[in-house]
Design a protein around this ligand. Structure first.
Ligand code: NAD
Ligand code: UGA
Length: 458
């Protein structure tokens, strides 16, 4: 069968894989190919063990793979054969040179632009899917224009707003799809091409368009706003702990104001994930480059509160457990940065585990999906660390349990059984405020949560 369009995506990661699987699933008339420089990732995408755990993803990949969805390492061939190329490579925080620790590292993205330029022999639409600093499309256009093959390129910005753990739902039913383009005749034509793809399943009113710079900037600002809400609520938690107020009650009262809304007001050990911190630092760096230091300081505060919240959690544990953790066994319930993913990038659990090891605590880690990543994250650290998939096995002989991830399974465990298997006095530190604290206290635990008065037996 001849396909209507050939779509290529460069970068088969958390975004490239699921996004392209959804396009292929919804649009059998298009051929969608996803390429990557990492052959192992491609092997995994072609196997029954996908490299990314996302509820519902296996099913859509199973339906489309081999029919109109293909995973490959043949990047040149993919570029030559495609009409539209999505670029979804990683853009981590730079770790070297100017802007180290703040700016986005654009080396993977730039290599991709050069690769497209060298391999392309016909006109293409290039779609920035990765999150990039505002004005990156200009650099991409300049690199592409320097090509000698006579091909013309139109660059669009189409940032991705999916969240991990709900990627399939977010892609299938997005709040909005944002497409930014140059406001020239060819830019507007390319924009329409991309609108047409999404219109196969997204209602028209949710496909919004803008100029290309607004689109690039909107992605950074969207993440900064979401993270800001988490830091705002977390910033109130120490005050609640000092004053016997409850952060859940405060969040409910504040969130019921329809102007504020109740989402993203869940206090905890701080936000993790590969993007919030990186994207805010990127925004801060951009502001500093434009000498907007007051604006930069404001947004940097969101990251600072997040660091403070993680450290505060460790200090609260230390304080509650008689100011010494040396030789005590602490069980971490969860290691992923959020529930329903195996991803541990920037997980608060990494920081907390590292700090607990510095205090000479022994760690037992349990997580339904993230143990392999946890092992990699903690590899080489000094101290004793054990890993168990089963939370009951993990908590035996522990002095404390600390909830790191809001996995649903932790809510319904047999806590009397867990209590009997632990050392006394037994402590629970609920870093996500998901457990029934009163019940745990009645079982015999000393219970510490975030932004609520502790419940102790001494
Ligand atoms: P990732 O690290 O999971 O995937 C990136 C992939 O790109 C890797 O497999 C890597 O091997 C590949 N790659 C790098 N350079 C390449 C090259 N020159 N040619 C071919 N392949 C190459 O990253 P991710 O989480 O998918 O994020 C990708 C982008 O999307 C980032 O800019 C991120 O900020 C943004 N984003 C991520 C999420 C998320 O939930 N993870 C959500 C929205 C936006
Ligand atoms: C986030 C955004 O929600 C996506 O829209 C965006 O596309 C993505 O970043 C990205 O650019 O990578 P993600 O990081 O996958 O998605 O997950 P979130 O649900 O946003 O959670 C991020 C962190 O905040 C997690 O550690 C979570 O536990 C924490 N969180 C979230 C809270 O502590 N409280 C809340 O109320 C909500």
């Amino acid at each position: 069968m001849a396909f209507e369009k050939n779509i290529l995506c460069i970068g088969a990661g958390y975004v490239g894989g699921p996004t392209m699987a959804m396009i292929a699933y919804k649009c059998p008339q298009y051929k969608v190919t996803v390429v990557d420089i990492n052959p192992e990732r491609i092997i995994q995408w072609n196997s029954s063990e996908l490299p990314v755990y996302e509820p519902g993803l296996d099913e859509i990949v199973r339906v489309a793979r081999g029919k109109n969805l293909f995973f490959s390492t043949q990047i040149d061939k993919g570029i030559k054969e495609s009409d539209i190329i999505f670029v979804s490579v990683n853009t981590p925080t730079k770790t070297f040179g100017t802007g180290a620790g703040m700016a986005a590292d654009l080396q993977y993205w730039e290599k991709t632009a050069r690769h497209i330029r060298e391999a392309a022999t016909s006109n293409k639409i290039i779609v920035e899917k990765s999150t990039l600093p505002v004005k990156t499309a200009l650099a991409m256009e300049r690199i592409l224009k320097a090509g000698k093959n006579g091909a013309c390129f139109e660059v669009l910005s189409n940032p991705e707003f999916l969240a991990e753990g709900t990627a399939v739902r977010d892609l299938e039913d997005p709040d909005r799809v944002l497409i930014g383009s140059n406001e020239t005749a060819s830019g507007l034509k390319a924009r329409e091409e991309l609108v047409k793809i999404y219109a196969n399943w997204v209602p028209e009113e949710r496909i919004i368009t803008s100029n290309i710079w607004s689109s690039e900037l909107s992605k950074l600002v969207a993440n900064a706003f979401l993270a800001q809400r988490i830091s705002s609520i977390n910033s109130i938690t120490p005050l609640c702990e000092k004053t016997d107020a409850s952060i859940s009650e405060v969040a409910r009262a504040v969130g019921l104001d329809s102007r504020v809304g109740d989402k993203f007001l869940k206090a905890g050990i701080g936000f993790g994930g590969s993007c919030f911190k990186k994207d805010i630092l990127n925004l801060v760096y951009l502001c500093r480059c434009y000498h907007l230091d007051t604006v930069a300081d404001y947004w940097e505060g969101v990251v600072k509160i997040n660091e403070y919240q993680k450290e505060r959690f460790v200090l609260n544990m230390l304080n509650a457990m008689f100011n010494t953790l040396a030789g005590k066994r602490v069980c971490l319930f969860g290691f992923a940065f959020k529930a329903d993913t195996g991803d541990t990038r920037e997980s608060p659990a990494i920081f907390i585990a590292t700090r607990l090891l510095e205090e000479k605590a022994e760690l037992v880690i349990t997580d339904p999906k993230a143990l392999d990543n946890a092992r990699k994250n903690l590899d080489g650290l000094d101290g004793k660390i054990l890993y168990f998939e089963d939370p009951y096995e993990a908590s035996v002989n522990c002095d404390a349990i600390a909830v790191m991830t809001e996995w649903g399974i932790y809510k319904d465990l047999d806590y009397p059984k867990i209590y009997r298997s632990m050392t006394n006095p037994a402590f629970i530190f609920d870093g996500r405020n998901i457990l029934d604290h009163r019940r745990l206290f009645e079982i015999g635990f000393n219970v510490f949560s975030i932004g609520k008065p502790p419940m102790t037996h001494f």
